[in-house]
Design a protein around this ligand. Sequence first.
Ligand code: ZN
Length: 318
Amino acid sequence: MKKKGLRKKLLVVSVFALALSVVLTACGAKEEASNPVEASNKKLKVVTTIAQIAEPLSVIGGDRIQVESLMGPGVDPHTYNASQGDIQKLESGDMIFYSGLHLEANMVRVFDEISKKKPVVAISESISKDKLLQDENGTTDPHVWFDIDLWKESINTATEELKKANAENADFFESNKVKYFEDLDKLKAEATAKINEIPKEQRVLVTAHDAFGYFGRMLDIEVVGLQGLSTEDEIGLSDIEDTIKTLVQYEVPAVFIESSVNPASINAVIEGAKKEGLDVQLGGELFSDAMGEAGSKEGTYLGMYRHNVETIYHALNK
Ligand SMILES: [Zn+2]
């Protein structure tokens, strides 16, 4: 009797399991039928803030991901606010990457909201604090892409996220990353050699805001930003006067504007230096917080970096 009862129970359980599996299979089949792309070759959709993140990831992700940056050429990330269209892009992405360290200061609330639904990663916040620069007020310098080794760390963090989300393409992403990092190592060697050709006492880089701290540390060049680490910092008459004093003291031949910053303050410095009898040239336009047009050389991280090194070299190596 006891045995029979058990068999009956087993039968009930197995009928239930069968029914459940039929239901589950039906659900799965339905999902597949309504979403055939997802089952076969749906690309991972990645949305980034700055193009310094998006473009390297487009190289590493190749045809397996779709990547879009919200901030195009000439756009200043410090003061950027997400538009309605940006919110839609962020909503439709599978994962979001931003640099962090307070670079995209006005977008943090939006990211907090979106992170409840999908991975949202501040890729530069994975860098250990002792490698980061701080200003005299203890504010961390967010312009880490100018230290090529640190940017490799940030891009590596993003690549690990891609591998997690898309395990079947993990090897593909990894081998593309390794190749790309070799190009970055070559870029570092090339930039170091070029800047080293400028006599040490002429290596003074004056720009509109303090975006080149990591560049200066890596390439052994003194940097002076008229504005602080953010373009939201105040710029006073004394900043302009102090900069002119530095120019006169070191006989700096040229100063630089930045593609994402109003050139007025740099022009004021050039005018002011002239009054002091120093003929300071405009050395050219550097890409600091934004890159060039997508599809152009300067629209790539490597091309943007080379442009800056070449521009600085030609203006200061006099
Ligand atoms: Zn900046």
